[in-house]
Design a protein around this ligand. Structure first.
Ligand code: ZN
Length: 305
């Protein structure tokens, strides 16, 4: 007789048993493939070009990459990180994104088993990786990821909760409250930071830049333009809140503040300059992933309210 730990059981009206020996390799393979797709998304989405066409090509020599040279991680290893046609080096980032996605999918499958939660959290983590990398490169978070992810989360998370027995409206409310708390808390921080910065007479590229007057409360800029933190970060935390709930998103914000401060300190040491702008989404993504795998309130509990 097999022990209960060796089997996953899909809940709800469908009950199937799958051995973890099957689930983990499938999760890894799937994660590596999605990671390979994310590389394309990260590269092309901010440029506004099609994700589907043209097929992957070497950025140096434009040669189309053959399917057998496009196998996640493995191709990079057997090509020794060099393009087969022109020999120029392929960024280590490509296999790194693939490997990280693969390992996170395995961790999610291990944590949630073969349930809808595994599928939902895999989509969630894929969106976080894309948002983090695009923000790192361009200091923007595409709305298609943050708002698209928010809409998807508000559809899928309550549906999954209802599948596992929760009343649908309650589940929908739970997601909506999470999204509102996530976006609202960060918006408030950004808004207060903007008001305090202005009161202290700090200068920014945008208002109050040269020849610009300060925005008035009747203007959208007053409420929606912030130095340092972008509205993209606010939308991203809305998406995260819809997935992890109000408490989870507070954990995320606390964790990402600590991670963001550490990023900022490392960058200041490396460049010898304080206060240089950097994308905050990588810190938010790390905080959100931490809050997925650690129990709720893990960070809040450190403060022993
Ligand atoms: Zn090449």
């Amino acid at each position: 007789m097999e022990s209960e730990e060796s089997l996953f059981v899909l809940g709800g009206s469908m009950t199937i048993e799958i051995a973890p020996g099957v689930v983990m390799p499938v999760a890894l393979a799937f994660g590596l493939l999605i990671g390979s797709f994310l590389n394309v998304v990260i590269h092309r989405l901010p440029l506004g070009v099609s994700i589907a066409f043209p097929p992957s090509h070497c950025p140096a020599c434009e040669t189309k990459i053959k399917p057998w040279d496009n196998i996640p991680v493995l191709s990079y290893l057997w090509l020794r990180g060099l393009c087969r046609s022109c020999g120029s080096s392929i960024s280590l980032r490509y296999p790194a994104v693939e490997l990280v996605t693969g390992l996170l999918f395995v961790a999610i499958a291990w944590r949630f088993g073969p349930t809808w939660w595994t599928a939902i959290h895999c989509i969630f983590v894929a969106a976080l990786i894309a948002a983090a990398m695009i923000d790192y490169d361009h200091q923007i978070i595409p709305d298609s990821i943050s708002l698209g992810g928010l809409v998807m989360a508000l559809l899928l998370v309550p549906a999954a909760n209802a599948w596992y027995g929760a009343p649908y409206l309650e589940a929908l409310l739970h997601g909506a409250v999470g999204a509102t708390v996530g976006a609202g808390v960060l918006w408030l921080v950004a808004f207060m930071h903007a008001r305090i910065s202005v009161a202290l007479g700090r200068q920014f590229d945008h208002w109050p830049g040269e020849g610009e007057s300060l925005p008035h409360p009747t203007e959208a800029d007053y409420w929606l333009w912030f130095p340092g933190l972008g509205l993209g970060d606010v939308k991203l935390l809305g998406m995260i809140g819809a997935v992890v709930g109000a408490v989870g998103v507070l954990d995320t914000i606390l964790a990402s503040s600590v991670i963001g401060l550490a990023f900022g300190a490392v960058q200041a040491l490396a460049r010898g300059a304080l206060g240089e702008p950097f994308g905050f989404a990588p810190a938010i993504a790390l905080g959100a992933i931490a809050s997925l795998f650690l129990p709720e309130l893990w960070l809040l509990s450190l403060y022993e309210f």
